[in-house]
Ligand binder design. Structure first.
Ligand SMILES: [Zn+2]
Length: 118
């Protein structure tokens, strides 16, 4: 029985803590993050332009969404987000990226810091 790539195993792997913790997190990691607006433009296809208050909407990537359940505060400093469809929310783009990709905290920071250099 070949079960190595079953969805359950992939999920379990994503929930495991990272095995290697080599390398220190850059103490200035917050400054290397992209702006929430840039981040969400890259990672949320179909996002609306933010309203004057900074909030934008997009189809939620975490559930089958025919509408625009995902609210992201793209115009804010940290980019908090919330899904009205029941997926929950988070305080910033790092939490969003961890949810989107299954990466751990450090890996998510490192991945989205590269977005900032585009
Ligand atoms: Zn959702």
């Amino acid at each position: 029985m070949k079960a190595q790539r079953s969805p359950g195993n992939v999920l379990a792997a994503a929930l495991e803590p990272p095995k290697s913790k080599r390398g220190k997190l850059d103490p200035n990691w917050r400054e290397r993050l992209p702006s929430p607006l840039l981040y969400y433009r890259l990672h949320l296809p179909g996002m609306t332009e933010p309203k004057p208050n900074g909030w934008a909407k997009a189809p939620c990537p975490f559930h089958k969404d025919d509408g625009q359940s995902m609210n992201v505060w793209a115009g804010s400093k940290h980019g908090s987000w919330n899904c009205r469809g029941g997926c929950g929310g988070g305080p910033n783009i790092v939490a969003f990226h961890m949810r989107l990709t299954g990466l751990g905290f450090r890996s998510a920071i490192s991945a989205i810091s590269e977005d900032a250099s585009i």
